[in-house]
Design a protein around this ligand. Sequence first.
Ligand SMILES: [Zn+2]
Length: 459
Amino acid sequence: MPNSNQILNDILDAREKRASLRSKFVNNERCTLSLSLNIAGYPKSNPLLLSFFNDVLSELNDYLQANRIEVEIADELKITDEAGDFFIVPFLSSLNDVEKLKKLTETFESTHILGRLIDIDIFNEKGMPISSGKKKLCYFCGEFSAVSCMRNKRHSYKDIRKKLSDEISQYLENKRKELVVNKLTSYATKAILYEISLSPKPGLVSYENSGAHTDMNFFTFLNSSASLTPFFKEFCLLGYQYSGKYEAVLGQIRQIGLRAEKAMFKATNDINTHKGIIFVFGIALFSIAKLVSEKEGYHDNGFRLITKKICKGIVANELLSTSKKAITHGEKVYEKYSMIGAGVRKEAEDGFPSIFQKALKPFDTSLNIFSYNNQNEIQQILQTALLQIMSVNNDSNILYRSNLDTLKQFQKLAKDAINNNDAYYKLCNFCIEKNISPGGSADLLSVSLLLYFVKTEQL
Ligand SMILES: [Zn+2]
């Protein structure tokens, strides 16, 4: 480590270089805006401080743009040296504008949660600083001016640096959480919109027709999808912040799910469009967000492990009716068909085997499928993935409306329809004839799409 005199000299040298850089712009009669951080102690920059600096710079850029301030970004200059991280940009302006800009940047600093660390300087075209006349408060205590605390050595560098690194880490972590949760929420919404847009679908509602349903249509699903988005975000937040045991979280996921159901029924005039999705997305989004919050990030094995833990014992606990008489659809089907009728609960308890063994394959082998310029291609791949699921999934929605024989016929027809459009229409007609709707398979297609987006788009 260099000695303190050397450090001081290096910092002064770096500051001098910045001043000469600024004077170059002044020689061309340009005003300048510069950004730096008030960092006590040494080093003035490190990876954490640089990340924070870049974040502030990006926010400042948006802020200036939002306030219609045009700076010549092409001439921007960003450096990291002994004096820390620094950005300067020249611009042409009248005196009036310079003062307005100073006020705006002051507001930027004072409204930023870590604004006491941020220094935005404005110099006019003669190289004179535009001063607000206000004294900046000390970052550490916020009680006295920064200059006063520094001159009187009121706080130890060690304490200041600790607070600095804790607060910046927390700030950046919160921003990451917000970004990840927003992205995941949008992937979840995209997944259910893709599912409903696949048209036609065997027995299911699509843009073309309503399959075996008479009480809902494509627009019922759009209303429902829009109503669920805020709850998708809640599932993600719960997962991202969760630190307890997975075996104990299902109740919390369900609490959000129950509120989601109420919003859905309100949006659809009491029609059940997405109850299954609320259940599976609750578990899936929680698990994905939890994995992404950790260092390792998302991976299939981790996802399956968490979902298995969350749903451990769910089939036995929830489908064996407590009273002598089966009441819910799930209980009735389970009473009649045992494990074959255990539906989506069994799929979740086993870590979604239909998805990992079947549904994701058409996506994996057709990367870049969602290039958005070939609708038929997207349609075909979604169709293949749905058929892969249908060919193996013991859909309890089918069993509830028919019987095991019909389910077996349906699975066989689904298998035949993979890569065969004539057979696909035959399957669609079969569902209308038998009045069956494989909603469980549609839900699993949505989960597959969600996982596909998580795996292939940036988080
Ligand atoms: Zn202080």
